[in-house]
Design a protein around this ligand. Sequence first.
Ligand SMILES: NC(=O)c1ccc[n+]([C@@H]2O[C@H](COP(=O)([O-])OP(=O)(O)OC[C@H]3O[C@@H](n4cnc5c(N)ncnc54)[C@H](OP(=O)(O)O)[C@@H]3O)[C@@H](O)[C@H]2O)c1
Length: 319
Amino acid sequence: VLAALGGLTLSLNLLKFTWKCCCGFRQYVLSSLCQANLRAYGQWAVVTGATSGIGKAYATELARRGLDVVLIGRSDERLQKVAKKIENKYGRKTHTIKVDFTEGSSIYQTIAHELHDLQIGILVNNVGMICNDRFAYFLETPDPGKKITDIINCNILSVPQMTRLILPRMVLRGKGLIINISSEMGLRPHPLVALYSATKIFVINFSQCLQAEYKSEGITVQPPGLASFLGETLYWLNHLVSTALKHSTSFQKNQISDLMYCWHVGGCLSHALQSVAFSILVPDWLRMSTFFIRWLRKSLIRIEEKNGSVFSKQKVLEE
Ligand SMILES: NC(=O)c1ccc[n+]([C@@H]2O[C@H](COP(=O)([O-])OP(=O)(O)OC[C@H]3O[C@@H](n4cnc5c(N)ncnc54)[C@H](OP(=O)(O)O)[C@@H]3O)[C@@H](O)[C@H]2O)c1
């Protein structure tokens, strides 16, 4: 009996391993070989937080793949700059909407009005902010009363609000793609970035439930994990450094290709491997322990004090 049980367990594990390898092949190899026709979803893509970083990269890649793009951000000047670049380089139409997502529910009427006549096939809920520019205890959040509301309005509220504006017409047309940008920090709880980490798990859970509810209506909802431990750590050590590190065009291309092949996107192969390695090297019990949190906080302060110049904005700009 024991031998039979052992054989069965081994076979099941082998089957699971083979299945994961096939998924990995489909996601990281096949997806880069055959690109899906994104224009088939509809004429327009909407990207929130489209003036820099990941949002800008998505907007540019979607335009390259044949879609007209609605760019949403809070600076007219930066929006026009990105719009002009996309129009000149890819010959696609653009439309810009200037709003500040920290203002809460009052802005969505304006957005609804601006999007009214457009056939939107793809929505990228990218806008997001951090609450502190370094790893810190919750009580160290500067101006916490305002910051808590701002981050919840920006990272959480924007996702279902934008979705409820755009999803109904996608459902009517029987097709649509919604990409909700989450984070490695949302895949597991991360002390010292508590508020941010909590906002990102909201995005993952909301996306998974939405996907289950609407996949039969022809809608795909994806929460890319963006699982770059290195990138995210630097994101918190110094926002600008990580902006320079993580936004390679190939990363974005990979991610958009991956979308067609896998329900959960790890960003790209190296990010997915980093995520697996991180979960093995720093298991949950260790990451959540007081000892580890204190050690991490002290070490990061020491690194920042010592290598301030390495992570300085000036140095990144020079590079
Ligand atoms: N960076 C990483 O390593 C990393 C890793 C995982 C996940 N993420 C997630 O990816 C998303 C984008 O991150 P990123 O690093 O690309 O950020 P980023 O470079 O700071 O860009 C953020 C974008 O959002 C806009 N934005 C910020 N606050 C806004 C507000 N209140 N109202 C309107 N627009 C606003 C910014 O516009 P302005 O021009 O007005 O500033 C900018 O276009 C976020 O959701 C973040 O949590 C990032």
